[in-house]
Ligand binder design. Structure first.
Ligand code: 5GP
Ligand code: MN
Length: 338
């Protein structure tokens, strides 16, 4: 954030405001962590702030401090609409385009208020009064930490705020191992531990809370994995039937896509997950090194994200989607073998 933006934010927050905070649809640890931390911070500054999520969030995050206050726009629609109508300031966190908010896209596009974007995805849209966008950042949570620091308020970071920020940084960096993890990230995380974040407990809450059905679903996913050594690619499919058979709950497939990358020589991993209710195949892409899955998802599967982690969707059925993927893959053979 530049000085001008910091001054603008300070001026906005020097007056009474009604604030809502919005994460992207299907929010992950970074989206939920950043929203909860920002809300905690704004409440410590004396503001009323609400979080409105476009839809539900995964069970493995439902222990996070303050998460009971998150409104689900699908389920608590009337209350959410009212808060959004009354809002004078709207923070949008962990996404770069209003289309990432699903059903909230139209009301947000029409909404007149001071928008503040905090995000680390590529190609941010230009809808906010203040756009704090930095693609080099490990996570939106690291940026919320910076945001608090820019305002000179690091002293206001409580144990709960620290826990939420730690969780988002941990999940978005794959436990501090992805390329965007910097020495600064570690310094921030160290300070969060000093502020009371219980690092071991947080890891356990997020990663050691498997249900037997989730592990069975992982077994199905791994046995469905197709490995294409000539493209250094591995992909997984999961049909709606396979999800249903294994008592699928939101968040259960989190991390499955990464298994492909643990294979020696594989640099591109994909998972295709059928969602019959939405009539789509939801796709996650991951890569190691210079192969940009953001570009791949954007160009072919109506998506985007980061260079090494992106998502997208297909409106074809599973078989046709896989056919299309295999066709497209052929045109990337030299890029994948560079
Ligand atoms: P995931 O595969 O874990 O859902 O998402 C990986 C990254 O890609 C995240 O940063 C996420 O925000 C982004 N992403 C996931 N799905 C989509 C999508 O449909 N469109 C865009 N633009 N980004 C996505
Ligand atoms: Mn993120």
């Amino acid at each position: 954030m530049n000085l001008e933006d910091i001054t603008t934010v300070k001026s906005i927050l020097s007056q009474p405001q009604k604030i809502v905070i919005i994460p992207h649809k299907n929010p992950d640890g970074d989206a939920i962590g950043s929203c909860l931390a920002l809300r905690g911070f704004l409440m410590a500054k004396g503001f009323k702030a609400a979080i409105i999520s476009p839809n539900d969030f995964p069970k493995f995050l439902k222990w996070m401090p303050g998460c009971g206050a998150i409104l689900n726009y699908e389920k608590e629609n009337a209350q959410s609409k009212k808060l959004l109508e009354e809002a004078t300031v709207v923070f949008t966190l962990d996404f770069n385009h209003l289309s990432r908010t699903g059903q909230l896209e139209t009301p947000l596009t029409e909404k007149e208020a001071d928008f503040i974007m905090i995000d680390h995805h590529q190609q941010p849209a230009d809808y906010a009064k203040v756009t704090y966008s930095d693609v080099s950042m490990s996570s939106t949570c690291e940026m919320v930490y910076n945001f608090i620091e820019f305002l000179g308020d690091v002293d206001l970071i409580t144990k709960d705020i620290a826990t939420n920020l730690y969780t988002g940084i941990m999940t978005d960096t794959g436990s501090f191992k992805y390329r965007s993890t910097s020495s600064r990230t570690h310094r921030v995380v160290a300070h969060l531990i000093d502020c009371g974040a219980q690092n071991m407990e947080i890891h356990q809450q997020v990663f050691d809370a498997n249900s037997p059905s989730r592990l069975h679903l992982l077994g199905v996913a791994l046995s469905n994995m197709i490995i294409l050594p000539e493209y250094k690619t591995a992909y997984i499919t999961l049909s709606q039937q396979e999800l249903d058979d294994n008592n699928f709950k939101k968040g259960d497939t989190e991390g499955f896509v990464n298994y492909g990358l643990t294979l020696e020589g594989i640099i591109f991993a994909v998972i295709f997950i059928e969602n019959r209710e939405e009539g789509i195949i939801k796709i996650s892409f991951r890569s190691i090194g210079d192969f940009s899955v953001n570009q791949f998802a954007r160009t072919h599967f109506n998506g985007g994200g980061h260079d090494n982690a992106a998502g997208g969707r297909s409106e074809l059925d599973m078989e046709k989607t896989i056919e299309k993927f295999n066709e497209v893959l052929k045109t990337y053979k030299s890029d994948l073998n560079a």
